[in-house]
Design a protein around this ligand. Structure first.
Ligand code: FAD
Length: 289
């Protein structure tokens, strides 16, 4: 591994200054559970690693009347151990609680999961279905990018040299809404998703009809996919097996997987259909309380 300097700034401005000084030979580090694996494999030659865990803004986790703010360095366990997040954002908890095992979850977070931009990233689809927004700082100021637009290819994002993800902002879910995420893996845990599905639904006040839905798919395309047509197809439909099966079939069409060592195109499309049906049902159960 190429030797690098370890820098632990205390402010966003200091972090950005180091990133700009070294250009593409420096990277921010949150938990380091992807970064250090890649550095060891010489994916990059780094002169500096910028630890973000000493920057208070990036370690902030807060739930308010407007929504949830997750600092880019907040580890997964803080998310899934927070009772307000468990109550109001169960789909995000589903994702955060299956990223690796307990040791990984003690260091790694949703910010690193998003910036790593793996198509299989278990934290990303839940954020997409909750309409989360990434807050990014650079020397030119702050900009916001919807999470569904953040990943642009495998390990590729909208981040440019000198950019730092500060936080992920999740709006407060509407009344009568619920969400869920799951993945298929060959082992019970600690594996990369063959396919994953996140669903958010909002029901009408009777709880019998869909008002809106958002559905996102993992590991079946070059990035996590917002299956917008699939989600929109549920709006105004009754909550019944027919509507759910029709949406699950559309999700299958929205998946664009490849065949690789973990699964075939046909298997992954089949998994997307099955998991979409299951996650819609689970999201409906949660919406009904
Ligand atoms: C044993 C093991 C099991 C795993 N299991 C899973 C799993 O089940 N599901 C899953 O999705 N992933 C899994 N992973 C991958 C990894 O743990 C996750 O992707 C994790 O969420 C990464 O978070 P992190 O905080 O460690 O990120 P880091 O490794 O610190 O960073 C990841 C990337 O994001 C960049 N980055 C970090 N913070 C910022 C920032 N603030 N601004 C800009 N760029 C930033 C880094 O430069 C790096 O390129 C596993 C990894 C290991 C080693």
């Amino acid at each position: 591994m190429h030797p690098f300097a370890y820098v632990a700034p205390g402010t966003v401005d200091e972090a950005i200054a180091v990133l700009n000084e070294h250009g593409d030979r420096a990277r921010p580090m949150a938990g380091g559970t992807d970064l250090l694996v890649k550095a060891r494999a010489n994916v990059w030659e780094l002169d500096a690693v910028v630890d973000i865990k000493n920057i208070p803004e990036l370690m902030n986790l807060s739930v308010g009347s407007d929504g949830l703010s997750i600092g880019a360095g907040v580890p997964c366990y803080e998310v899934y151990e927070n009772s307000e997040i468990v109550a109001d954002y169960p789909g995000i908890v589903d994702g955060a609680s299956i990223i690796g095992g307990i040791q990984i979850q003690s260091r790694a977070g949703l910010g690193g999961n998003l910036c790593n931009a793996a198509p299989s990233g278990d934290g990303i689809c839940p954020l997409i279905v909750y309409s989360a927004v990434a807050r990014i700082a650079s020397s030119s100021g702050i900009r916001e990018v919807p999470v569904e637009d953040f990943c642009t290819g495998p390990s590729q994002t909208v981040l440019e040299t000198g950019d730092l993800l500060v936080s992920i902002e999740v709006p407060k879910p509407a009344a009568n809404s619920g969400a869920a995420y799951t993945r298929f893996i060959p082992r019970n845990e600690m594996d990369i998703a063959v396919a994953g599905v996140g669903v958010f639904v909002q029901l009408d006040s009777s709880g019998q009809n869909f008002e809106s839905a958002r559905i996102a798919l993992a590991s079946v395309g070059p990035t996590p996919i917002l299956a917008a047509t699939t989600g929109n197809s549920l709006a105004g439909k009754p909550v019944n097996d027919e509507s759910i099966a029709a949406a699950a079939s559309l999700a299958r069409d929205a998946a664009t997987p490849i065949t690789d060592m973990r699964g075939t195109i046909e298997q992954r499309k089949q998994l997307v259909e099955v998991l979409t049906g299951r996650m819609i049902k689970q999201a409906v159960e949660r919406a009904r309380g």
